[in-house]
Design a protein around this ligand. Sequence first.
Ligand SMILES: C[S@@+](CC[C@H](N)C(=O)[O-])C[C@H]1O[C@@H](n2cnc3c(N)ncnc32)[C@H](O)[C@@H]1O
Length: 241
Amino acid sequence: MNKDSWEKSAERFFGRTALPEYGPFSINEEQHGLFGDISNQKVLDIGCGSGHSLQYMGNRGAKELWGLDLSTRQIETANKLLSNQPVKVTLFESPMEKNPGLPSDYFDIAYSIYALGWTVDLQQTLKNIHYYLKPGGLFIFSWEHPLHDRLSYEKSSFNFNKSYIVEGPEYNEAWHNEVIIHHRKLSTYINTLIECGFTIDKVIDDVIFPDNNISDDPSKWYSTQKAQLVPATFIIKAYKK
Ligand SMILES: C[S@@+](CC[C@H](N)C(=O)[O-])C[C@H]1O[C@@H](n2cnc3c(N)ncnc32)[C@H](O)[C@@H]1O
């Protein structure tokens, strides 16, 4: 079901959530440098979408660009976008819950920009990422903060009308119920990373307001008014032990 929806809506998202941005109302890699020096690093993008984050990595001197994504459309676009990169590019059309043939102990960096939360099996996905990384390898991901969609805008106010603590698959309102996304607490992401052998370096849920976006429509999925109440995005930076 999620694959079908992504095939239909891929175009809407081309380059929309990609490095140097981590997500709505969040920090920017250019200012914060969470990845450090990318040059000569072998990088893997989980849920690479249209390939714009991999392009960013390539432009910063990465040695090899690898990615996987569920959607045929996204992989086709990413292959085109990255065709003039001077380094090796290897993309797989695959769900992140499975290993499509990626090597173990190979990557210096794995990351996922607004894609990891799509997984239907967080533990298996994080085990896979741990397997692909070299010991000491870096893993960074961003995703929508799990408080964000608990709040909805109705009759001129924000209402907290979904449980934060009840986890599991849910139809997603923003997609008009065409996709299922698993709601997970922030602690579930943190604890599953630890169980899968990662050391956590940083959890970031700072809210950054763009200078020009102060009076937008509060009923939008990501609005300034909502971001004044709850973070829209969180980021976790971790290392393979
Ligand atoms: C917001 S986009 C990611 C943007 C991308 N990271 C970038 O930097 O340009 C989310 C992506 O997750 C992919 N996706 C959804 N579920 C997936 C799954 N189970 N396994 C792999 N990819 C998945 C979608 O096809 C989509 O391309």
